[in-house]
Design a protein around this ligand. Structure first.
Ligand SMILES: [Zn+2]
Length: 245
């Protein structure tokens, strides 16, 4: 149940009639896993915590480096060298002490992924590599958990909401793993924009209103501020979700 504190803290979003107190209570009951505490994961976690998501699990095995700070806005100059999940959970605890944050400094693997996302209502993709996304995707498909994909490169970004049995899964979209550069160019605001779209999707899904980016991929090109959406379909021969409905 919402407290007086909740009603005041989330007043401006509770005013939105399709969210309301009922939707806010759903956010409070929700458990979201944010995979990655970097360029996408930082703004993901900030907006999820600010929105009053009850439980956040933050997974990242890396430490903060100086070159992260142009975009990984949960980490400050003084955090260089610290574990990202520790730095992140400290800030989130100050932003919203009511949110239970579970920081996990661990690399996501095929072996541990099931336990990492076990109790999640939604998994938000803050990863920077295809291998881990595919591991998360398979686990989400197996458990019927929506996976909100986001990805960035230089001034380009993409986002879509992958709902098992209803939309393509990540493997449908990525049948071959493209070669990845060691370090990609990224301007900080772009992951911020993509992450904000991901969080809007998570909130809509959890509270049950609006139209999701389900079966649609949004592309944002920051160089000319073009926002375009394309229709995406399941791959019939998908090795992960093919045949599952
Ligand atoms: Zn698939």
């Amino acid at each position: 149940m919402l407290t007086e504190y909740d009603l005041l803290r989330y007043r401006r979003q509770i005013f939105y009639p399709y969210l309301g107190e009922e939707g806010q209570d759903k956010l409070k009951q929700a458990h979201v896993v944010v995979a990655g505490a970097g360029g996408l994961g930082s703004p993901n976690a900030i907006y999820l915590a600010a929105a009053g998501i009850g439980r956040l699990t933050l997974i990242d095995d890396d430490v903060v480096s100086l070159s992260n700070l142009n975009r990984q806005i949960l980490h400050y100059d003084e955090d260089v060298g610290r574990e990202k999940v520790v730095s992140a959970s400290e800030k989130l605890g100050r932003l919203n002490p009511a949110v239970q944050v579970r920081p996990l400094k661990v690399r996501i693997t095929e072996k541990n992924v099931a336990s990492l996302i076990a109790a999640a209502d939604v998994v938000v993709d803050g990863m920077d590599n295809f291998e881990t996304r595919l591991i998360l995707n398979r686990a989400c498909v197996d458990r019927g958990i929506p996976f909100i994909h986001g990805g960035v490169h230089s001034l380009m970004g993409e986002v879509t909401t992958l709902i098992p049995g209803k939309t393509p899964c990540f493997a449908c979209l990525c049948q071959e793993i493209p070669e990845q550069e060691e370090e990609i160019p990224v301007l900080g605001p772009l992951p911020g924009m993509i992450a904000c779209v991901q969080v809007m999707e998570a909130i809509k899904y959890l509270a049950g209103f609006g139209m999701l980016l389900a079966g649609r991929m949004l592309f944002i090109d920051g160089s000319d501020m073009t926002f375009s959406t394309i229709h995406i379909e399941r791959a019939k021969n998908c090795p992960v979700c093919g045949g599952k409905s």
